[in-house]
Ligand binder design. Structure first.
Ligand code: NI
Length: 162
């Protein structure tokens, strides 16, 4: 178990297409453990392997106290729409408005090598879409509406609105 270094916007590893995982071995299990440690340490709700420099199709998500491991995830279905602020551990201290599906259904492999289906709405759907994008080198700033803002500025704006 270890916290790994989170790569930030501008680093090449975040812009690559990641490779499928062919075999779930000890190295993959350790990698997933480290991904959870790294995500929780940074107070994130999702992390993709390329964010720690590993170009493999692996995502971890925990939006609601339920940790999910998605190996070789494939989005099967999306529907609806949600528009809201989104951030990314690879773009620290910033947020921007991104429109995402409000529902997502994804097929993935777990650490036991079993295929399973994860369905999510709201924040979980947003996290599924955001993290799967990372596996193809896509970052939320590519999809942002308007500007990416400093969280501090955003908090001040929101305080003024109240
Ligand atoms: Ni991200």
């Amino acid at each position: 178990m270890a916290v790994r270094e989170i790569r930030t916007l501008g680093e090449d590893c975040l812009r690559k297409t990641c490779k499928e995982v062919k075999e779930i071995n000890e190295r993959i299990i350790t990698l997933v453990d480290d991904m959870f440690d790294t995500m929780y340490e940074a107070n994130g709700v999702g992390l993709a392997a390329p964010q720690i420099g590993i170009l493999k199709r692996i995502v971890v998500i925990d939006t609601d106290g339920n940790p999910y491991v998605l190996i070789n995830p494939k989005i099967l279905e999306v529907s609806g729409e949600q528009r809201g602020y989104e951030g990314c551990l690879s773009v620290p201290g910033k947020s921007g408005i991104v429109t995402r599906p409000n529902y997502a259904k994804v097929e993935a492999t777990n650490l036991d090598g079993e295929t399973y289906i994860l369905e999510g709405e709201g924040l979980l759907a947003r996290a599924i879409c955001h993290e799967c994008d990372h596996l193809d080198g896509v970052i939320y700033v590519d999809k942002v509406e308007g500007e990416v803002l400093d969280n501090q500025l955003l908090e001040e704006m929101m305080a003024e609105e109240e």
